[in-house]
Write a protein that binds this ligand. Structure first.
Ligand code: PGA
Length: 264
């Protein structure tokens, strides 16, 4: 299975010229990267400019949201099939910043379904808003994952990516990120939920990523000790050097992250 490093630019950068510069920077730094599938998700209005910049590179293009409806009278929404014009193969759905606007688990699952039906791989975000001693965050995440699984078929699993993003870690410093040990437990839990429904071999085909305060100095540890197949990067993806260092750290051979970061 590939390692996925996804850049979520969110509502950044402020201008088209900056978006173009960022795309050119990513292409220069990572355009030949084959050890990981690097996906850049800019805001919709920048797609037409970013797409040609990434065309002759290994960097793939994604979006930050998609409509749950395939077509029709839905003001302000973008359908999955529209994305094929830009060869967009990935769509983040259910990011916590969208769930905060009222998207339910069922709505997010419907977006993932529509996305799959248009041959776009959904990157489905799940994650608790807070961690309390009583462990209710497991129930919270289980409900999000089960709503998704309810709309999936076994053959979908190789095209679905689940990004576990504890909401309390998003936008924080590296020190405030989740511990790799806690991440290891959660990714096991998510994979167990998938195994319960589809069996072990099918569950093994699903990629689980981590997101929330990922930086170049914690990326390797999330990959090695956290047991995930990739990372979803927010703010750090707006700095090309930092983002390239995250990719290098994530794909570094086990036990040698320093070398990938260019340190002695
Ligand atoms: P962050 O955001 O890397 O800035 O914490 C991650 C995300 O929201 O996907």
């Amino acid at each position: 299975m590939s390692t996925y490093i996804i850049a979520n630019w969110k509502m950044n950068p402020a201008t088209l010229a900056e978006a173009k510069r960022l795309a050119v920077g990513v292409k220069k730094a990572l355009g030949k990267e084959k050890r990981a599938t690097v996906v850049v998700c800019p805001p919709f209005p920048y797609l037409a400019t970013v797409a040609p910049e990434l065309k002759s590179s290994t960097v793939a293009l994604g979006v930050q949201d998609i409509s749950a409806e395939p077509k029709g009278a839905y003001t302000g929404q973008v359908s999955a099939s529209m994305l094929t014009s830009w060869k967009t193969r990935y769509a983040i759905v259910g990011h916590s910043e969208r769930r905060a606007l009222g998207e339910t688990n069922e709505h997010v699952a419907a977006k993932a379904r529509t996305s799959l039906d248009s041959n776009v791989s959904p990157i489905v975000c799940v994650g608790e808003t807070e961690r309390t001693e009583d462990g209710t965050y497991y129930t919270f995440v289980a409900e999000e994952v089960r709503a998704l699984l309810a709309l999936l078929k076994r053959k979908d699993l190789k095209n679905v990516i689940i990004a576990y993003e504890p909401v309390w870690a998003i936008g924080k410093s590296a020190e405030e990120a989740m511990s790799p040990d806690a991440l290891f437990e959660m990714q096991l839990f998510i994979r167990k939920l998938v195994t319960e429904k589809f069996g072990r071999p099918a569950a093994a085909e699903l990629a689980i990523l981590y997101g929330g305060a990922v930086k170049h100095d914690n990326a390797a540890e999330f990959m090695r000790a956290g047991g995930v197949q990739g990372l979803l990067v927010g703010s750090a993806s707006l700095d090309t050097k930092e983002f390239a260092a995250i990719v290098a750290a994530a794909v570094a051979p086990q036990g040698k992250p320093e070398k990938a970061l260019g340190k002695k």
